[in-house]
Structures are given as structure tokens and as C-alpha cells.
Design a protein around this ligand. Structure first.
Ligand code: ADP
Length: 218
């Protein structure tokens, strides 16, 4: 069964979510108060509507309550983003994801019960900072304030070594959950699996431990 999504706000972020959902074969309705933006999407989505989402009647007439998931991707107009979220919440929409512009915005969204809050600029900034500091860090996913999953490229110093002889668990307190090798992925690798140069290690652990591992072995 196709899932139904509604995307409110067709800036760069909302537009990109919308295109990706369509690629994934989902039914997508888009709403934007800007007619030009809506016209850009009219041919690719299931339903494109010009409307102001802070108007409860607009959202009601579109039957927004019946959508599986609503994404509020209103950019700079924080007031409109908060008010839209509040109306969706009051209408009983099950799953609301909202893009936050800053930490204050995020706090308010949490308070009014947004189910999921995303902070794309901040998160992307963090990822890129990690990548700039260490060329070996390819990607970075924050799990909590202190824990992450990181993709680290294995240097020649690691080639031929195994997790056992590097004593990774005991010395660094981290876990290699998978190894990407060319087009393959070895999930839960054996502790005696020799690491090859250019392998990509997917590592989970405390940030401080991951940093130690990066510095020591790269
Ligand atoms: P981004 O940073 O993702 O590019 P923008 O601020 O450029 O975000 O885009 C946000 C979009 O949200 C714009 O297309 C704007 O017309 C739309 N928008 C803003 N407020 C409302 C509203 N109250 N109702 C519907 N659409 C809105």
C-alpha cells in the first residue's frame, strides 16, 4: 500500500524531501502559499495546492488529518512553522516532522508535541566539520550528545591487522559494526577478519573513544 505524505513548504528542503518521496513511489501532496513554487511541482506530485497552512480551514478542506505523515518544511517564517505544527497537532495528525531553524524554534516545537524535529543545517555542519578535521572520517551520525556512528577509512597502518590484534574493544571501547569493502559489506565482522587498506569501517561508540581510535590508528 502506498503511504500518503503531505509536505508543507516547498523551499530547497521541502522540495528535496518531496522529490525523494516521489522517487520512493509514495503519494505526496504539497502545499505552499507561493503559486510559482506549487506550479513547479504540479506535474510531479499527486496533488499540489496553493494555500496558507496557518489557515485551519485550508488544512481541514484538504483532509490533512488522514495523511500518514506531514512534513512542515517552512523555512524562515518561524511563526508560521509553529502555528502550522500546532494546528496539525490539534487536528490529531499522527506523525508530524518539522524543520527547525534554530534551538529556540526546536524547543517550542518539542513543547507543542512535534513528533520529530530536524535541523538540517546544524547536522550537516557537524558532519562536514568532522570530515574536514579528519580526512578519514567519511560520514558521521550523532546518536546522542556523546555517542555516534562514524564511517572511517582504513589507512595503510591498519592494513592486515585484525580487531583481535588491535584489541579494539578493550583499548578503545568501540565496536566495528560493519566493514564496507568495495561493493561488499561485511556486517558484524569476525574479530579475526583482516582489515584491508581502503576498507571503510563503520564504528559505534562514545565520541571520545572514537576520537582516540581515529588519532591512534590513522
Ligand atoms: P528553505 O530554507 O528550505 O529553502 P524557504 O524559506 O526558502 O526554505 O522556503 C519555505 C517555503 O515555505 C516557501 O516556498 C514558502 O512559500 C513556504 N511557506 C512559508 N510560509 C508558509 C505558509 N504559511 N503556508 C504555506 N507555505 C508557506
Amino acid at each position: 500500500m502506498k503511504k500518503e505524505f503531505a509536505v508543507i513548504g516547498l523551499g530547497r528542503f521541502g522540495g528535496s524531501i518531496c522529490k525523494e518521496l516521489m522517487e520512493l513511489g509514495m503519494e505526496v501532496m504539497v502545499i505552499d502559499k507561493n503559486e510559482e513554487r506549487v506550479n513547479e511541482y504540479a506535474n510531479i506530485v499527486s496533488h499540489a495546492v496553493v494555500g496558507n497552512s496557518v489557515d485551519e480551514n485550508v488544512l481541514k478542506s484538504l483532509g490533512i488529518r488522514n495523511f500518514e505523515h506531514v512534513i512542515v518544511a517552512i523555512g524562515d517564517d518561524i511563526q508560521a512553522s509553529i502555528l502550522t505544527t500546532l494546528i496539525l497537532k490539534e487536528m490529531g495528525v499522527n506523525n508530524i516532522t518539522v524543520k527547525a531553524q534554530n534551538d529556540y524554534h526546536e524547543k517550542v516545537l518539542k513543547k507543542i508535541g512535534a513528533d520529530s524535529i530536524i535541523h538540517p543545517e546544524r547536522d550537516m555542519g557537524k558532519r562536514i566539520a568532522h570530515n574536514i578535521v579528519s580526512n578519514n572520517v567519511l560520514d558521521y551520525l550523532e546518536l546522542s550528545d556523546e555517542h555516534s556512528i562514524v564511517e572511517i577509512k582504513a589507512s595503510s597502518r591498519l592494513a592486515g591487522r585484525t580487531m583481535v590484534d588491535l584489541d579494539i574493544r578493550a583499548r578503545y571501547g568501540i565496536t566495528i559494526v560493519a566493514i564496507k569493502r568495495e561493493n561488499d559489506i561485511i556486517v558484524s565482522p569476525q574479530a579475526n577478519e583482516p582489515i584491508e587498506q581502503n576498507d571503510i569501517l563503520i564504528v559505534i561508540g562514545a565520541d571520545s573513544d572514537i576520537n582516540r581510535f581515529e588519532k591512534k590508528v590513522m
